[in-house]
Write a protein that binds this ligand. Structure first.
Ligand code: NAD
Length: 553
């Protein structure tokens, strides 16, 4: 029994007790595929987020995936290659139901231009991190990550709070749309610039933006008033960040915190150069990709120069994982990397302990299931202040999108404990239905991305992509339900490889075994990756968590 979806009426939100597939494992994955489209940015074109991140290669591929998930038995494995189902193999009931490899291009060929050619020929699609893996849960998926970054900055620079502080950022898309809510939850006056009025309106309608300013003067006046009153507020402004940031510099205003989450990674399908209308950009995407790439790069250079000026004047400036510094450096801004990446600047000590974004989705569609799991998290981890604070805040502030879901930063041991306890609740009938667990690809042992996740690793292993591959193979051997290897598409081509996993808690004994082994091995590999790179925190975590890390000598 699906629910209507006012945002995308043709993509209802799945839910209810009735199975359309032969078992819950298959049904769960089908619901997750339906869910990423129901909360996606442009589901008619199968686009979920991050400019080009797609749930399936094309509609024929999508329909074949749906048909196969409905028909397949538990001792079969569906093979997906870049969003297209290519085979249904006989395996066994403990093997994954679905394995995928999305957008992996051989090294010397892994360039944006070649990716676009393959895409045009229908030979590939980019899965983003969570789009192609059917794990995306809407902007809420990165809210805690963004909130934790703001809180680390508050602790480092502003006595523990962003009250009375001005945060400037841009991008109100699928992931960037989380910024205004995360900023408001951290107590700040946050101004978010986006070139697309529809994206601004969307974030206002779901309550992530409190206000929309008519122009920069009005926006700055609103920020000023809120800062003086130490009032948390999120303000949207329609404009091009490459125009607005330099204008703020010109006025001599220095925000306390500055970042950006436009789709700067993709110079054709993501970033909008200044001076161009959205219509013009859409036309050039088809007819003038070279011109568009040059214009985007030039605008990004101006955008980043303004960020560097604000940094020199004392603002806390960071790259929030959109490759903006890389594009700017290629556009001639030699010192773009003076801006730090958020992972290294604020979160690496957490990753050393395999603490990262873990998420669960109520397949019943019932919000009460998430409320019960919220209670369980508070019961199980009363001393974990990051997570108890987050669950209390999220309950009050984070609206559900699509299937009710929650994300929380939990570490080794904690994730396994929670998942097994939830499986027990399913078995006891305390929840309305099974629960799917997954985690972001941007997680300790799961991603190699030398300009985001693994920048400046202690041992210099930034670009070594063995880790996500080991992660995926380990998860297949550990009985996970869905395992995927992704590499970058569009502007991310050649920049990254990551692995994703989904495991279904359907209340069975077999699910307990799958959850236990998959999640424990996943977080163990996270700790091993950082211990291997020489991080003492990870070596400690390995000892405390009894992680079997092999040391030489
Ligand atoms: P999206 O494509 O859904 O949204 C991008 C937004 O940027 C759009 O609303 C677009 O209108 C706006 N935009 C483009 N050019 C602009 C300009 N010059 N000025 C103002 N606005 C402009 O993308 P998304 O899913 O929100 O992701 C944004 C970026 O963040 C991507 O590069 C993505 O890969 C990255 N990302 C990082 C993390 C992380 O862990 N930190 C997580 C997810 C996504």
């Amino acid at each position: 029994m699906s629910k209507p979806n006012p945002r995308h009426p043709n993509f209802p939100i799945p839910g209810g007790p009735k199975l359309r597939a032969k078992g819950w494992r298959q049904e769960a994955l089908l619901r997750l595929l339906e869910n990423v489209l129901s909360v996606g940015e442009d589901p008619d074109n199968l686009i979920v987020y991050a400019a080009l991140g797609k749930a399936a290669r094309n509609w024929a591929a999508h329909d074949a995936i749906v048909r196969t998930l409905k028909e397949m038995d538990e001792d079969q494995t569906l093979i997906i290659q870049s969003g297209k189902p290519v085979g249904l193999l006989k395996t066994h009931a403990k093997a994954p139901m679905v394995i995928m490899a999305n957008c992996n291009i051989v090294g010397q060929w892994a360039k944006a231009e070649y990716f676009y050619q393959l895409q045009e020929k229908g030979l590939i699609c980019w899965g983003g991190l969570t789009a192609g893996a059917w794990q995306y849960i809407g902007s809420q998926g990165v809210i805690q990550g963004t909130y934790e970054i703001f809180m680390r900055i508050a602790e480092k620079r502003f006595g523990g709070s962003l009250a009375g502080r001005f945060v400037l950022t841009a991008g109100l898309g699928g992931m960037g749309g989380a910024q205004p809510l995360a900023g408001r939850m951290a107590g700040a006056a946050i101004l978010v610039v986006d070139i697309d009025p529809d994206r601004v309106a969307k974030r206002k309608s779901i309550g992530f933006l409190d206000e929309v300013a008519s122009d920069l003067d009005a926006a700055l006046a609103m920020v000023d008033a809120a800062v003086k009153e130490k009032r948390a507020v999120s303000i949207g402004l329609v404009g091009n960040a490459a125009d607005i940031y330099p204008q703020i510099v010109k006025r001599g205003i220095v925000p306390d915190v500055v970042s950006d989450q436009t789709s700067a990674h993709d110079l054709v399908y993501g970033y909008v150069p200044k001076g161009m209308s959205l219509e013009e950009v859409r036309r050039l995407r088809k007819e003038g990709q070279g011109q568009l790439m040059a214009a985007s790069r030039a605008s990004i250079a101006d955008h980043v120069r303004a960020m560097l000026t604000l940094q020199a004047k004392g603002a806390e400036v960071f790259d929030n994982g959109n490759l903006i510094r890389t594009q700017a450096r290629e556009g001639g801004v030699e010192n773009a990397f003076d801006i730090p990446i958020f992972t290294e600047a604020y979160l690496r000590p957490l990753f050393c302990r395999a603490i990262g974004p873990f998420r669960w989705m109520a397949l019943s569609g019932d919000e009460g299931d998430i409320a019960r799991i919220d209670d369980l998290v508070l019961e199980l981890f009363p001393d974990n202040h990051i997570v108890t604070n987050w669950i209390r805040l999220a309950r009050e502030n984070v609206p559900f999108e699509g299937l009710p879901a929650r994300i929380a930063w939990l570490g080794h041991g904690e994730r396994t404990k929670l998942a097994i306890a939830v499986n027990k609740l399913v078995a006891q009938g305390e929840l309305k239905g099974p629960v799917a667990f997954s985690r972001d690809h941007l997680d300790a042992g799961a991603m190699a991305h030398p300009n985001i996740m693994t920048e400046n690793m202690k041992d210099g292993s930034d670009a070594v992509a063995d880790w996500p591959l080991i992660n995926a193979m380990t998860l297949c051997s550990s009985m996970a339900d869905l395992v995927v290897i992704h590499s970058g598409g569009g502007g991310y081509a050649g920049y990254m490889t990551s692995a994703g996993v989904t495991i279904i808690a359907d209340g069975s004994e077999a699910a307990t075994e799958r959850l236990d082994m998959s999640i424990t091995n996943d977080t163990s590999l996270g700790i091993i990756r950082y211990a291997d790179a020489g991080y003492e925190d990870a070596v400690d975590a390995a000892e405390q968590g009894k992680v079997p890390h092999i040391r030489l000598g």
